[in-house]
Design a protein around this ligand. Structure first.
Ligand code: PGA
Length: 251
């Protein structure tokens, strides 16, 4: 687990799931839980953000526009997210890259927009199965490429306000989890890449693991030295599972 200066963070990503009943259930369950020592964030579909903001936990969006306002039907600006109480915004999730053609450059632009509004971007990186099967060098090359768009756009102080999530695509929603060693190896690699911008900033940045995290495997993953919490998909839809995962992140 995380060093003294990196407070664990667990973010639930509901994806396109949930309804008003789940919002109410989460507010009741999470407000009754003592998350002391862990930053807990729930990222529902944008339409439920306002309702979920009644909870005593942070809320985050699953995406944002890189633009400020205007004729962009269907998009949501960072100021709008900020106004309804968002503290975090997931950017560059592999499902957005896949479904909406987002590139590492457009993801970096979004991350910068989020930081400039005073919110925290959770920037997702991670390799597909064929890259994993090609070996560690291929994985590192793939992730280096995704990170370099970010590090060339964001200054050290902007990076300092950002969170990275390592989400191997082959582990997302598949029930296959990266082993704690695989996760640690990539997290250490990511921190090393970030340290080329600024070593001190890199050592303080939180790097989350995502991909089939469950109550049964969370503790082992979170106990790795460079794993500072998780980005949780499927298991974030069940209050008991999500709370158990948050508990596993306590130092
Ligand atoms: P999963 O999703 O936990 O369902 O694998 C993680 C994510 O995509 O953020």
């Amino acid at each position: 687990m995380t060093t003294m200066n990196r407070k664990p963070l667990v973010a639930g990503n509901w994806k396109m799931n949930g309804n008003k009943a789940l919002v109410a259930e989460f507010i009741n369950a999470l407000n009754a839980d003592d998350a002391n020592g862990v930053d807990v964030v729930v990222c529902p579909p944008a339409i439920y953000l306002s309702a979920l903001s009644a909870g005593r936990f942070a809320i985050g969006a699953q995406d944002v526009s890189a633009l400020d306002q205007g004729a962009h039907t269907g998009d949501i600006s960072v100021d709008m997210l900020s106004e309804v109480g968002c503290k975090y915004v997931i950017v560059g999730h592999s499902e957005r890259r896949e479904d909406h053609g987002e590139t590492s450059d457009s993801v970096a632009e979004k991350a910068e927009k989020v930081v400039s509004a005073g919110l925290t971007p959770i920037v997702c990186v991670g390799e597909p199965l064929e890259v994993r099967e090609a070996g560690d060098q291929a994985v590192q090359g793939f992730i280096r490429e995704q990170l370099s768009a970010l590090t060339s756009k964001l200054s050290a102080s902007e990076l300092n306000q950002s969170v990275i999530a390592y989400e191997p695509i082959w582990a997302i929603g598949t029930g296959k989890t990266a082993s704690p060693e695989q996760a640690q190896d990539v997290h250490a690699f990511i921190r090393g890449e970030l340290s080329e911008t600024d070593a001190e900033v890199a050592s303080g940045m939180r790097i989350l693991y995502g991909g089939s995290v469950k109550p049964a495997n969370a503790q082992e993953l979170f106990s790795q030295p460079d794993v500072d919490g998780g980005l949780i998909g499927g298991a974030s839809l069940k209050t008991d599972d999500f709370i158990a995962i948050c508990q596993s992140a306590k130092i």
